[in-house]
Design a protein around this ligand. Structure first.
Ligand SMILES: [Zn+2]
Length: 472
């Protein structure tokens, strides 16, 4: 029996296995032989099958491995027709069949197999956990952005047939680049959907969900047909600044009606197409959860599934979801408005407050400005809201604070570099000492934060004048 290292947040099963063979001294072929009875088994990075065998040998829960450490739940969600087969194959020792059931090969994703990493997540994981690891949410096919930090994911090509390789963990020191805001939104949606699927057992038929939300937003005619022209126009406008690294998953233009007809049909499509469309149409993952709850109430309302939630927090959330005003919830539960507001924000529940200023378009505008690095005061002035509201929205958006910190750092660095550069240009005879005296703030900031650049840019140090010169 083997003991795998404890799963870190959002960690991929393959990552845990790699960490295990790295620290235990057991070779990958020994591990595979014990688990599967063959050294030649090749593990898929995000659809790692043979879960029953792994769970048995490592004393783990196979269902938990499937739901929390592979991408199978995401594929099952978008491919309900193949979900049963995929689930079955994931537990079996037949990786090739599991991969075929995912339909990924037929989508023409145009990329070889690999693992993706976010350089900021690597830094964060090394500081927080003392080890870097492969995140499950980064491996979603088509997603090239970190849903936490909005950074471009770095692709590590896996050339060997065997992917269980000792010490194959993300390395730090990779350049940080940021993706467009739409790619960040899709990645964030994908993260939240993965988290929702971890806990949800209900099977939602994605095409039914699309019809429900299209109807809710007025994209269906009276006879129930989809207003494809408007849908395509607005969808393409929303994804206008999406990168075109993988053209196969992006519509060819707002007249590419086949794109939408295919998605709304029953065929199988690349999960990223669905993710992009869901981000535009549904926006908030919680709506999927409320939609599936509504479905289950419709199906068995006779069973009176209105469960009596014991804790006050659950009671508050249930009242809010039922559309009760904040004042009424406060009266019913005896909790303060501040407590209820925070609870609602943490659980992504809309408050029936009819906000005068902080409407959804204003919240979106605040997010966009904050994402671009504007100062909180300037955002508050432009959107005509208080600084407190801006701060609350920033702190409730995962990864935004880190991104803003980095923007601020880069901006300060540019400012100080320019100051020093100008000083040296106007003073040809400047020495290191004169620079230190004349632009001391820039000098010391760069000395502490950007020493390599400073050393390269400063004039050469002069040899110290000794008190006693030779020959004097
Ligand atoms: Zn990240």
């Amino acid at each position: 029996m083997y003991q795998l290292p404890k799963a870190l947040p959002d960690e991929l099963l393959l990552s845990r296995l790699i960490r295990f063979i790295t620290i235990s001294g057991i070779s990958s072929s020994e591990f595979l032989q014990t688990c599967f009875g063959s050294k030649r088994i090749s593990l898929h990075p995000f659809l790692t099958s043979g879960l029953s065998s792994i769970a048995k040998v490592c004393n783990e829960d196979a269902n938990l491995l499937l739901k929390e450490q592979t991408l199978a739940p995401l594929f099952c969600f978008f491919l309900p027709a193949h979900s049963q087969k995929l689930n079955r194959m994931m537990f079996s020792n037949n990786g090739a069949k599991a991969f075929r059931a995912s339909q990924l090969a037929s989508f023409g994703s145009g990329r070889s197999l690999g693992l993706k990493l976010c350089p900021i997540c690597v830094q964060h994981d090394l500081v927080t956990h003392g080890v870097s690891y492969w995140h499950r949410s980064h491996q979603v096919p088509g997603v090239d952005t970190c849903g936490y930090h909005g950074t471009d994911l770095f692709f590590h090509n896996l050339t060997q047939r065997q992917r269980l390789i000792k010490r194959l963990l993300p390395e730090h020191g990779i350049d940080i680049q940021y993706s467009s805001s739409i790619e960040c939104k899709v990645a964030r949606f994908s993260n939240r959907l993965l988290r929702l699927l971890e806990t949800s057992d209900r099977i939602v038929k994605i095409t039914d969900a699309y019809h429900y939300f299209l109807k809710e937003k007025g994209y269906l005619t009276h006879s129930g047909r989809v207003r494809r022209k408007v849908v395509m126009q607005e969808f393409c406008q929303c994804i206008a600044n999406h990168s075109e690294k993988n053209p196969a998953i992006i519509p060819r233009g707002h007249t590419d009606f086949r794109y939408i007809s295919q998605l709304l049909g029953s065929g199988s499509h690349h999960p990223y197409r669905h993710l992009m469309f869901c981000t535009w149409l549904i926006g908030d993952v919680c709506k999927i959860s409320s939609y599936s709850q509504e479905l289950s109430v419709d199906i068995d309302c006779s069973a009176e599934k209105v469960s009596r939630k014991e804790s006050i927090a659950d009671k508050c959330l249930a009242f809010l979801k039922a559309g009760m005003s904040m004042a009424n919830v406060s009266r019913e539960t005896g909790k303060s408005r501040c407590y209820i507001k925070r609870l609602a924000l943490l659980n992504n529940v809309r408050i029936n407050l009819k906000p005068k200023l902080l409407t959804q378009p204003v919240v979106d505008a605040i997010y966009e400005l904050a994402h671009s690095g504007f100062h909180r005061r300037e955002i508050a002035r432009r959107c005509n809201v208080g600084i407190g509201s801006v701060e609350q929205i920033i702190s409730n958006s995962p990864g935004l604070t880190e991104r803003r910190k980095l923007c601020h750092f880069e901006s300060t660095r540019r400012k100080h570099r320019l100051l020093l550069f100008n000083h040296l240009n106007f003073n040809i005879n400047a020495t290191r000492k004169s620079v230190k005296n004349d632009c001391s703030a820039a000098f010391f900031w760069l000395y502490l934060n950007d020493r390599e650049w400073l050393e390269k840019t400063l004039p050469k140090a002069k040899a110290p004048k000794g008190r006693y010169h030779r020959g004097d």
